[in-house]
Structure formats: structure tokens, C-alpha cells
Design a protein around this ligand. Structure first.
Ligand SMILES: [Mg+2]
Length: 250
């Protein structure tokens, strides 16, 4: 019997199509606050541009490694490493200090897909547990601020997991298993919904969950990765569940 639905976050619940793509200028605002905190704490630092470059380099390295071994990069660790690389004494700023200063917020231009809140409310009414499982390198507690701004937090009281928290990226089984454990459900009692064929669909099916592919942009599915269903809007999910998990409406 179906007990839980697990969702990917970005481009599954949260629509990034309105984002300008101006990531470097947005990020430099966050990074400036971390740099300023180190200065306030008395550090003698190389110019900000050097910190910015060190951060970009360490982040790119972290993701490159992650894509090979599926170990997740972690924003907190990268911030500490990068600020220490430009002169902050070891231990001056903790990961938490850096992340609090960074002040991640909802990204301008992003918004929930319009049907999301109504459909999540419907699933909640049926007594289903729900989780967010994201391949973010931000610890989830800083993304909580963002999803609260989007009005999403209330639907996920039980389980919100980012790759940074678990140390593994989807499709590694550990991140899916961590979510299932937190929800207290078996893979056969859960359905995963996501927009990334390799990370979400292959990953969820790899641990024994049914997987629903949310089509948000033009992705060509390889013959190796076949979802149990494909949807263009969460409005289609109840009918898909009728087919995959008959009796789920209780
Ligand atoms: Mg996604």
C-alpha cells in the first residue's frame, strides 16, 4: 500500500525557468557577506576577487569529483576551505558561521509550478507522507528558508534531505535510503517524482521505488532508463497513482 511520495525539488516542484542565469553576480553577493564576516573577526585577507575565485574553483572541483564518485560537495565545507585559502586563520569561522553569513534565500525569478500547492494538499489529505530529496550542495537547513518563502515548507514536516546532508548525490542509493528511513516506509510503499532521468528515475528504481518522470524541459530518455510513468504537471499524478498504486486513495 502506498504510504509516501518523495519529490525532487529543483525543476520538479520549483520552476527555475524564470531565473536569469546570472549566477556569478548573485553568488558574489552571498560570498561578500562571508568575506566581510571574516574581516570583522579580524582576519587579514587577500582581495575579495581571490576569495571568489578560490570558491568557484573549489566548487567546480567538488562537483567534478561528485559526478565521478557520487560523493556530495558541501557548501559549508567549501566556504571554510576557501576563506582559509585567502588568509583566514584555521578555525576562525565554522561552517555554520559561514552559512549563516551567506544567507541563502529564494532565488529571484524562481517560483513554484502553479499547481504544486493544490496537488500537495490533495496528497496530504489522503494521509500520504511526503519528502523532498534534492541533489543540492547546500545543507537542507539553509534551503528550508528558501522553500518557506515559496510556501512549500508546511507540506514536508517529516523529511527534507539534501545531498550535502547525507554525503551522497542521487542516484546513489544512500540518499534514497536515508529518506525512506526518515519516513519509516519501505521502497515498495513509496513513489519518487523527479525531472532528472539518471539521478531521479534510475536512482529511485535502483532502490526498488516506482519512479514518475516529470517532464519540465526537453530531455531525451535513454532506453536504459524507463520511468513507470511520465507527467507534464503534478495534476496528472493522482491518475498515475491510480494505475501504479491502485487503492491509494484509501
Ligand atoms: Mg531536478
Amino acid at each position: 500500500m502506498l504510504k509516501a511520495i518523495l519529490f525532487d525539488l529543483d525543476d520538479t516542484l520549483l520552476d527555475w525557468s524564470g531565473f536569469s542565469g546570472e549566477w556569478p553576480s548573485l553568488e558574489s553577493v552571498y560570498l561578500q557577506r562571508v568575506y566581510d564576516l571574516a574581516l570583522q573577526q579580524g582576519a587579514v585577507l587577500e582581495p575579495f576577487q581571490r576569495f571568489y575565485e578560490a570558491f568557484r574553483e573549489n566548487t567546480a572541483d567538488g562537483w567534478r569529483e561528485g559526478r565521478i564518485h557520487l560523493g556530495a560537495p558541501n557548501l559549508g565545507t567549501i566556504l571554510v576551505t576557501s576563506i582559509e585559502a585567502v588568509g583566514a586563520p584555521a578555525g576562525l569561522l565554522s561552517e555554520r558561521d559561514c552559512l549563516e553569513a551567506y544567507q541563502w534565500r529564494a532565488v529571484p525569478g524562481t517560483r513554484l509550478f502553479p499547481e504544486v500547492r493544490e496537488q500537495l494538499a490533495l496528497l496530504r489529505e489522503r494521509g500520504l507522507k511526503m519528502a523532498i530529496v534534492t541533489n543540492a550542495f547546500q545543507p537542507m537547513w539553509i534551503r528550508d528558508v528558501e522553500i518557506e518563502e515559496h510556501g512549500l515548507l508546511e507540506f514536508f514536516p517529516d523529511c527534507r534531505i539534501s545531498a550535502a546532508d547525507v554525503g551522497y548525490l542521487k542516484p546513489h542509493p544512500a540518499i534514497f535510503q536515508a529518506a525512506l528511513d526518515q519516513l519509516g516506509v519501505k521502497p515498495s510503499e513509496a513513489v519518487f517524482v523527479g525531472d532528472n532521468p539518471a539521478a531521479d528515475i534510475a536512482g529511485a528504481k535502483g532502490v526498488g521505488m516506482q519512479a514518475v518522470f516529470r517532464v519540465t524541459h526537453s530531455v531525451i530518455l535513454s532506453e536504459m532508463i524507463q520511468p513507470d510513468a511520465a507527467i507534464h504537471s503534478l495534476e496528472e499524478l493522482p491518475a498515475v497513482l491510480d494505475r501504479l498504486q491502485p487503492g491509494w486513495r484509501g
